[in-house]
Design a binder for this molecule. Structure first.
Ligand code: ARG
Length: 457
């Protein structure tokens, strides 16, 4: 097209460079179907309120149906001259149905239009992410169930701390993902409000019915203030913050998978289809997928910072700055969705190596706390028990053996209270079974947690 939408106001055409600089169609066309949905709801409201004729509405509906088909078949001719998704569709509509197309924008601005499109798009995206989080949780639970009683050392400071089960460890990630789902659900409530009707910033002189539009589009309510409606991007920031937290969680899991797969640890192996080789070292099998996920967390955090910075200096109401909200938002969603998909598939392929986990438990005196607790139960104050066991550990270390390898007589040198039954306390299984309360690592508790989780899914 040669004349732009607002050419009447200007004495010269916009420069080619500026046209390209200000255009957004090459990324915001991703919201084309949401744009059509929003326009149809708006047009129906205009007709219902007698702002446009029924014949105009019919023409708009017919034109939009055609445009939807063109877009879905990849036949739509996206044009840089028409700047963004909104003007591209409106121009095409007018070419198809004439004056009715020109009437569509009555009582509306691209400012409330774009805010509506993003919210519709994000609502669908949040629903898709929620489903993927549920899939990933299911995968974690299934693997946790197989390993509800598989012992490995739990670490603090990356030093052997106490025995835990692999299932218990995985359920920690399930808790994180459950909170993530709650955060998205909460963000969805605030996203699910209708900006349309705010027009450019102040509302419109036409007798519109915003509730009718909200209902048609499945919004829970309308945005209550027109200035806020066109300039609020909190929901996008909240979404990116929630996505950032998921990526933090996935990055921590990635770090563990990478560490566990290192031959120096050797707790797990990843399925070959999730690993890659080296172009030079023939022996290599690298955990590229978790490494990439750990790396991709950085770009999502970057988008969060980008969006916060985008908003902080903007006076009310709409400013063109807001056009910069889309690429970070889209990339955040794409990155998160891809990563969740990969993880939901990767987890069932984790090959656990229980012998290596058990061997690691033999080093590091993982049941030292159990011995101290045992002495406390015999009446020794905890601080004294701690000291007695610390000396026993020192002696075992000098001998290069585990606590359970010391003889009863040797152990009794550190406390007279120690009896024959101590050896049951010092076993990994005894240690695990003893932590028998909600949130504890006892296999019965892990299984109970899994049962509760399955019910809640
Ligand atoms: N492409 C614009 C955006 O993404 C649409 C709204 C433009 N409004 C305006 N007054 N320039 O924000």
């Amino acid at each position: 097209s040669t004349t732009s939408t607002w050419s009447g106001r200007f004495t010269e055409p916009v420069s080619e460079l500026v046209k390209r600089y200000t255009a957004s169609v090459f990324f915001d066309r991703r919201m084309a179907l949401q744009d059509i949905r929003g326009s149809l709801a708006h047009a129906r409201m205009l007709a219902q309120q007698n702002i446009i004729a029924a014949a105009d509405l019919a023409a708009i509906e017919r034109g939009m149906e055609r445009i939807r088909g063109e877009i879905e078949r990849g036949e739509f001719n996206w044009n840089l001259d028409d700047e963004d998704v909104h003007l591209n569709i409106e121009k095409r509509l007018t070419a198809l149905v004439g004056d009715a197309g020109k009437r569509l924008h009555t009582g509306r601005s691209r400012n409330d239009q774009v805010a509506t499109d993003i919210r519709l798009w994000l609502r669908d995206t949040i629903d898709a992410i929620d489903g993927l989080l549920a899939d990933f949780i299911r995968a974690l639970i299934d693997t946790a169930e197989q390993h509800a009683a598989t012992p490995l050392p739990g670490f603090t400071h990356l030093q052997v701390a106490q025995p835990i089960t692999f299932g218990h460890h995985l359920l920690a990630y399930v808790e994180m993902m459950r909170r993530d789902r709650e955060r998205f659900a909460d963000c969805r409530r605030r996203t699910n409000r209708l900006p349309l009707g705010a027009a450019a910033l102040a509302g419109t002189t036409f007798p519109i019915d915003r509730e009718f539009v909200a209902e048609q589009l499945g919004f829970e309510a309308v945005c209550e203030n027109s200035l806020d409606a066109v300039s609020d991007r909190d929901f996008a920031i909240e979404f990116t913050a929630a996505a950032s937290l998921v990526m933090v969680h996935l990055s921590r899991l990635s770090e563990e998978l990478i560490l566990w797969m290192s031959p120096r640890v050797g707790f797990i192996d990843l399925a070959d289809r999730f690993t890659t080789g080296s172009s030079i070292m023939p022996q290599k099998k690298n955990p590229d997928v978790p490494e990439l996920a750990r790396g991709k967390s950085g770009r999502v955090f970057g988008h969060l910072m980008g969006l916060l910075t985008l908003m902080k200096g903007q006076p009310l109401a709409y400013n063109k700055d807001n056009q910069e909200d889309k690429e970070p938002l889209f990339d955040t969603a794409d990155t998160l969705i891809d990563t969740l998909r990969v993880f939901a598939e990767m987890v069932p392929g984790i090959k656990v190596k229980p012998e290596a986990m058990r061997a690691a438990l033999k080093q590091g005196y993982a049941t030292a706390t159990d011995l101290a607790d045992y002495l406390v139960k015999k009446g020794l104050p905890f601080r004294d028990a701690h000291e007695a066991v610390a000396r026993a550990v020192q002696a075992a270390e000098k001998r290069g053996c585990d606590l359970a390898d010391l003889t009863l007589a040797e152990l009794q040198a550190f406390s007279k209270l120690i009896g024959e039954e101590v050896f049951a306390v010092l076993t990994v299984e005894g240690s695990l079974a003893a932590r028998d309360h909600i949130g504890g690592t006892a296999p019965v508790q892990v299984r109970a947690a899994i049962a509760r989780l399955r019910k809640s899914l």
